[in-house]
Design a binder for this molecule. Structure first.
Ligand code: HGA
Length: 607
């Protein structure tokens, strides 16, 4: 979540650090800060709120210096105020941190007992004090940091700078990502390769427990036992260009519109068009041996997992468990038998999902990952990487990553079905045909943008909204509700249609819009009955269905949105479009910050 960048440079760094923060803003945007060291002094600027506030401060009071660290924050400990913003300075030490120091309370008590005073409410400040305390006796910054790291429990990526040693920055990582960038006469630290892309493409990924001394001409990496190690330098390939919104008002809108193209790109690497077969990347294990599947993810990606459960169970007849990652490890799941563990994540850094992946691996589970960032921790750690090709997703609310994840989940389901002998070549050909139709059907769904925009004004006035769906449309209902919550701050819930009468129907009155996702098909009549039950109690229904469904039940609804008629397998990809557009236009009508909604961050690197 928080984003870190550090430069041991040959030229001025302040502007370059801010540019790097812009590329990390997706990780947090509640406050930001920068510190440089020059002429034996630290110079620091910090600001509450968006990065522009920090940029304005820097423009008014520029900072000199060719060595510096910077941070964009997503607060975990202490409100997003200027005092809590990083970098924190204690004595001759300044520090930026991503993660949570879980034992910060006893450490803080210990330091206070020694007469130290804290200026922030953060967990981070204890690290600055600990390093400063060690510096009183240590022979070098290296020695001080090596003494402090074993005392920290929890997760951290750190960049530490020293007033009296202005030519180095020390970085460390445990449970949060940190990369080293190799430049020409200067070197860098960054939360990800994207942040460093304009500076260098030559990147080394630190491993768990590593710490690093970054100098101008040299980088020394140590593992958790303080043994010098080398980590491979790779060419990141991350684009140095800043991604822009094109002609769109928001990144989210742009990303919704990109879906037909990026889903087609993604499908291209999972389909052999001539053979009409689904293809998978090379793997060194045999899918036919899989006895059960365990899917773990968070938020929107967890709904991909739930939809995957419907697909894999139906097509491959394999039992599937789906867990939200934050619960998975702690309920001590049974992982016996030949389990295929599947993680789903846009960033590949989500702390809970990463921890779940490691838990599965530690228990001997073969793992696959549906991941959008190919250089991420998860992408590097899974046994089988199943990449999505959504491209950088900037809007905090996931849209194109979600539909690309669905496309890959569909391909995985078909592969499992074939490997388990549950799908004939003829059936596979038919499914490939439907998958190939998905981008065009998504385009058709996009053509309803104007009418959805008009509808959004009514929904924007609601205090509560309910979404209903059955089968794979149930997770879609959850996703529709999550989208509304995330960006329009309207309380929304998704329910399995049949569950309404077991409680939620009590919420219904004529002020609660009820959005029903119901493509025509075997589940349609049942869902429409549930819709009627709600309408009998005054519900204002928006029915999203195809022409056949609307002909059967549309006249009863207050409003309708017509989707193209599609095979049930690709329906979630298509129905994603109206629920995203609806949330988007409701948010615009309410005037919220669509791309950077309050309290959220794009990449959730704390548990
Ligand atoms: N715990 C620190 C850093 C928070 C963070 O990494 N969020 O993702 C703080 O609250 O400042």
């Amino acid at each position: 979540m928080c984003g870190i960048i550090g430069i041991v440079g040959k030229d001025a760094v302040a502007q370059r650090l801010v540019d790097g923060l812009r590329r990390l803003e997706y990780r947090g945007y509640d406050s930001a800060g920068i510190c440089t060291v020059t002429n034996g002094q630290f110079g620091r600027r910090r600001a509450e709120g968006k990065l522009n506030n920090l940029a304005a401060k820097l423009a008014a009071e520029p900072l000199e210096g060719i060595v510096g660290i910077a941070h964009t924050r997503w607060a975990t400990h202490g409100a997003p105020t200027e005092d809590n913003a990083h970098p924190h300075i204690v004595g001759d030490v300044t520090i930026v941190h991503n993660g949570i120091i879980e034992n910060f309370k006893p450490l803080r008590d210990e330091l206070i007992a020694q007469g130290r005073t804290f200026l922030s409410e953060t967990d981070t400040e204890v690290v600055a004090h600990l390093v400063d305390r060690e510096m009183q006796t240590a022979a070098s910054p290296q020695e001080a940091v090596a003494a402090v790291l074993p005392r920290l429990h929890g997760a951290f990526a750190l960049a530490i700078m020293f007033r009296e040693h202005p030519d180095l920055i020390i970085g460390a990582r445990l449970g949060a990502p940190l990369t080293v960038g190799y430049g020409d006469g200067e070197n860098y630290l960054g939360s990800d390769a994207l942040a460093l892309a304009p500076l260098t493409q030559r990147i080394a990924y630190l491993e768990e427990g590593d710490w690093v001394v970054v100098g101008r001409d040299k980088v020394d990496i140590y593992d958790r036992t303080n043994t010098p190690v080398t980590r491979p330098i790779v060419v990141s390939g991350a684009s140095g260009a800043l991604i822009d919104k094109g002609n769109h008002r928001h990144f989210m809108q742009k990303e919704i519109y990109e879906q037909p193209v990026v889903v087609a790109d993604t499908l291209q690497s999972y389909i052999r068009p001539l053979e009409m077969q689904v293809a998978m990347p090379q793997m060194d294990f045999d899918l036919s041996e899989v006895e059960r599947v365990v899917i773990v993810a968070c938020g929107t990606a967890s709904y991909v997992g739930m939809i995957g459960k419907y697909w894999i169970e139906q097509m491959a007849r394999l039992p599937v468990d789906v867990d939200v990652a934050s619960e998975f490890r702690y309920r001590d799941p049974v992982l016996t038998g030949k389990v295929l563990g599947v993680v789903v994540s846009q960033s590949g850094e989500t702390a809970d999902t990463l921890a779940a992946l490691r838990h599965m691996k530690a228990n001997g589970v073969t793992t696959a990952g549906i991941i959008n960032v190919p250089t991420s921790s998860m992408a590097r750690e899974v046994d089988l990487l199943l990449p999505t090709h959504a491209g950088p997703e900037i809007g905090v609310a996931s849209t194109k990553a979600f539909t690309c994840q669905l496309a890959v989940m569909a391909a995985l389901s078909v592969n499992l079905a074939r490997a388990k002998g549950k799908m004939t070549a003829e059936q596979e050909r038919e499914i490939v045909g439907h998958l190939k139709e998905a981008p065009a059907a998504m385009n058709a769904a996009l053509s309803h943008d104007d009418e959805i925009q008009k509808m959004a004004h009514t929904i924007a006035e609601a205090r509560d909204v309910l979404y209903l769906g059955r089968g794979p449309d149930y997770p879609m209902a959850l996703e529709g509700a999550l989208k509304l919550k995330e960006i329009s701050y309207i309380h929304a819930e998704g329910y399995a249609s049949g569950e309404m009468k077991h409680g939620p129907i009590a919420l219904i009155d004529d002020k609660v819009p009820l959005i029903v996702l119901a493509p025509a098909g075997p589940l349609f009549d049942k869902t429409v009955s549930n819709m009627q039950e709600a309408m009998a109690r005054g519900a204002q229904v928006v029915l999203i269905s195809d022409a056949e469904g609307l002909a059967l039940a549309g006249s009863d609804a207050k409003a309708t949105i017509e989707m193209p008629a599609v095979h049930p397998l690709i329906a979630p990809l298509v129905y994603a479009v109206p629920i995203q557009l609806l949330a988007y236009h409701v948010a615009c009508a309410k005037g919220t910050d669509v791309d950077q909604p309050r309290n959220l961050a794009k990449s959730v690197t704390v548990e």
